[in-house]
Write a protein that binds this ligand. Structure first.
Ligand code: GLC
Length: 800
């Protein structure tokens, strides 16, 4: 079992290299630019497989170093480019294929998409380049590490020109103040470094201007032969990045001055004999000001320092991703679960829905419900990050128990509330955090309430949320939808419509809080919660049940969405079904029936659709905005992977391992690698949704990277299929696997102890632990009691 080397899931544009934890893109002209995130604690660079993408430090609204041109063609332009030019022939090309776009058949290209790095190799015209982009663990900068090798049979005189297009810092300013920006531009060249240090206004508008000056720099490992600071002069009139005048003529402008559109471009010239190669390292970063930039721009000045930083980056991810590793009979499962799924979850934990090739980094920042769920996937590997994020999340809850739907912890911008599912999520997040870390004192930590001077403990925040949720019930005793529940597009005019989904979520949330209350000995509140739970359970199983599945919305006018009696559209919705199971509201035959209905009516080869039938008309009052989407995409009936991945957990919760795995495999990135032509979007990460019939193009993915499907696929795989869940007093191991699996192993770091777990399944069951042995001692049940201070614990699990 285990360690799968070489090619997996080979498709038209690439394959997985499981052992290296890389996806190897084998041609540059992918259906869309395929991105990766390179980041450390503060600096973030989005880099596409052809070198495109934006970068910023700390906050994508304020400290944007490299520009994002929205709705651009292609989507990833501009980027961080290296042009090469043969000084004798005058031929030129680019090391990442873009932006010159040489004939693909003449390029030998690969891009290794790795954990925190991209390595693009390209052989063209007898010259081979290897370009590694990464963000070192420390510092506010990105590194482009280039090696140029002469693989032809003659001596070559070469020129290289780098290209980095600076943004005017403030993202809104850069986008909207197009009169002012080029007239504030400040730029100079000094000893081989190009500086951009325009003022940025971080105030709230004309009545509140607060100017700060940041320094952006672009420099390289050796003095350049020429430089270019002005975009328009570099490109030349009526040209673009594809055919810059400077590159075409081979003559740098040596112009870098105030005003205009700043870029950083450095020219180097060198001669390579056959077989010879040359290394050049570029550094592009941010510094606080005139006093600091020289020091900052000198960081990573030697190749040795660059190599050390890259090794540290690799070591960081090796260590984090080693905290939970599985070896199962299914190599594709292992590749995704040990690699990109965890990696993507780490990215979403931190970035939520802020900036991607679909999100502009100005609007939503941290989505409250999004981030609450994003923390669930990889808490075990990043408990410190989870804690910081949870502090932000809990601090975005208001005194009345509601939540700010979006917030930006850095700029302190708070979005609206009124989405009544929001405040139900944190109990699940906090409860998992406490179970993972054992840090029950976290519940007593004082945190602010949003938009108020008041403070309260984490536990009080959660109590207020539950109290509010229970109060916001409608006339059938179920929870109201408010502006919309988790499904943004189900936002009918009547906010008092009762949402079966939110009611089910409330059940799961209440159970989580109840366990915390009992743990703290808060018996009175625990009793209250138990009563609330029982009441909602009765209602949801009464009025909420439609006969073969749970309904979706009970409107005040008596109309029901998500019922077999619903006419025209919306007979069955996905969301309430798995959540009724996860809440413990649906059990036994009813649970099976609800999930069977989902399978029967919503299954596609790519996962489950979010509803059937899709809306064919727009009716804001009755339905909400779902109808603005053509049928079969987004919330109007697509395979919305975020919701579809809840099914993994739900199927496993009722013991159907074959089904749980089938759900996983339908959405498993590896299948999209094979099917990349249709899928279009990055096949190594989960996307938000895949289009479904009746949409004209079925199977097409959109909104890769920043989606809740990452965390939920990870939760489904690790906590439900492999069944390894943190608990207050130890680690629960309760797998729910395909009957054909004869066993698997999982190594799991838990509160400082490494648990080496071997699961055997000789009888071919899907669920059920017959015998648990911990360090040779039999233990009853399926909780591995935590042994603090121990380095390693051996666990043997016999299913049957
Ligand atoms: C997107 C949003 C999320 C919402 C979901 C369903 O994932 O980020 O907030 O719940 O869509 O509408």
């Amino acid at each position: 079992m285990s360690s799968h080397t070489g090619h997996q899931a080979e498709g038209p544009y690439g394959y997985f290299d499981g052992a290296a934890r890389e996806y190897v893109i084998t041609r540059p002209d992918t259906p869309r630019p395929w991105f990766n995130y390179l980041m450390n604690g503060t600096y973030v660079a989005m880099v596409s497989n052809t070198g495109g993408g934006v970068s910023y430090d700390t906050d994508p609204r304020v400290y944007r170093l490299l520009r994002y041109r929205y709705q651009n063609v292609p989507y990833d332009r501009p980027g961080r480019y290296i042009y090469l030019r043969d000084a004798d022939s005058g031929r030129y090309w680019s090391a990442t294929w873009a932006p010159v776009h040489m004939p693909v058949e003449k390029c030998r290209y690969t891009c290794r998409v790795g954990t925190g790095y991209m390595i693009v190799t390209l052989a063209y015209d007898g010259i081979r380049t290897e370009l590694t982009y990464f963000v070192p663990p420390e510092g506010r900068l990105e590194i482009w590490d280039l090696t140029v090798a002469n693989v032809s049979r003659r001596t070559r005189r070469l020129q290289t020109f780098s290209y980095a297009e600076f943004a005017f810092w403030g993202a809104m300013r850069d986008l909207m103040n197009i009169d002012n920006c080029p007239n504030v531009s400040r730029q100079r060249h000094e000893e081989g470094t190009i500086l951009h240090y325009s003022f940025n206004d971080i105030g709230a508008g004309l009545h509140d201007m607060r100017f700060v000056q940041n320094y952006g720099y672009h420099t390289s490992s050796e003095p350049p032969h020429g430089y270019n600071g002005d975009r328009d002069r570099f490109l030349g009139r009526y040209r673009d990045e594809r055919n810059p005048a400077v590159v075409e003529t081979g003559r740098s402008t040596d112009y870098c001055a105030d005003g205009g559109y700043p870029i950083g471009s450095l020219e180097h010239r060198f001669t390579l004999r056959p077989g010879q190669s040359k290394r050049l390292v570029y550094r592009t970063g941010i510094s606080a000001g005139e006093k600091t930039w020289r020091r900052d721009a000198r960081q990573y000045g030697s190749f040795a320092a660059v190599d050390r930083a890259f090794a540290a980056l690799r070591a960081h991810w090796d260590e984090r991703l080693s905290r939970c590793r599985a070896a199962t009979p299914d190599p594709e499962f292992d590749t995704l679960v040990n690699g990109f799924l965890q990696y993507q979850s780490a990215v979403t934990m931190r970035l939520s829905r802020s900036i991607s090739s679909y999100e502009w980094g100005i609007g939503r920042s941290i989505g409250f419900r999004d981030s609450s769920q994003d923390q669930l996937g990889l808490m075990h590997a990043f408990p410190e990050l989870a804690r910081t994020m949870i502090e932000h999340i809990v601090g975005a809850m208001r005194e009345d128990g509601s939540a700010c739907h979006n917030f930006n912890p850095i700029t302190g911008v708070w979005g609206t509330n009124g989405f009544y599912d929001d405040h139900n999520w944190p109990a699940l997040t906090v409860s998992q955090y406490v179970r993972e870390t054992g840090d029950e004192a976290f519940l007593d930590q004082m945190l602010p309430y949003a938009l108020s001077r008041a403070r309260g403990t984490v536990y009080e925040h959660l109590q207020r949320a539950n109290d509010l949720a229970f109060r916001l019930r409608g006339r059938h005793g179920l929870l109201q939808i408010g502006a919309a529940d988790w499904n943004d597009s189900l936002n009918p005019g009547d906010r008092k419509s009762e949402s079966i989904f939110t009611s089910a979520l409330y059940g799961a949330s209440t159970r989580a809080l109840l366990a915390l209350a009992r743990r703290r000995g808060d018996a009175a509140y625990a009793r209250a919660l138990a009563r609330r739970y029982a009441l909602v359970e009765r209602r949801i199983n009464g009025i909420g049940w439609d006969g073969a599945w749970y309904k979706r919305l009970l409107k005040r006018d008596g109309e029901v969405l998500g019922s077999r009696h619903t006419r025209e559209y919306g007979r069955i919705f996905l969301e309430p079904q798995p959540w009724a199971v996860l809440a413990g509201f649906a059990t036994g035959a009813r649970a099976r029936q609800a999930l069977d209905s989902v399978e029967r009516r919503l299954a596609t080869p790519y996962g489950h659709r979010v509803m059937d039938r899709p809306f064919r008309r727009f009716d804001m009052e009755a339905i909400g905005s779902a109808g603005i989407h053509p049928a079969g995409i987004k919330e109007n009936g697509s395979v919305f992977h975020h919701a579809a991945s809840w099914m993994i957990a739900a199927e496993a919760a009722i013991g159907r391992g074959d089904r749980a795995m089938a759900c996983f495999k339908r959405m498993c990135a590896l299948r999209f690698s094979r099917d990349a032509e249709r899928h279009e979007t990055e096949p190594y990460v989960m996307c938000q949704f895949v289009s479904a019939a009746p949409f004209h193009t079925v199977g097409r993915g959109r909104n890769a990277w920043l989606t809740g499907s990452a965390a939920w696929m990870a939760v489904g795989a690790l906590q439900y299929i492999l069944g390894c869940r943190p608990d207050f007093d130890g680690l629960t191991i309760d797998p729910c696997i395909p009957a054909r699996w004869q066993g698997f192993t999982i190594t799991r770091l838990f509160r400082g102890t490494t648990y080496r777990i071997t699961v055997r399944n000789p009888r071919g069951v899907q669920k059920g632990v017959r015998q648990l042995t911990v360090d040779g001692e039999p233990v009853s049940g399926c909780l591995i009691p935590h042994r603090p201070g121990r380095q390693e614990v051996m666990v043997d699990v016999l299913m049957g």
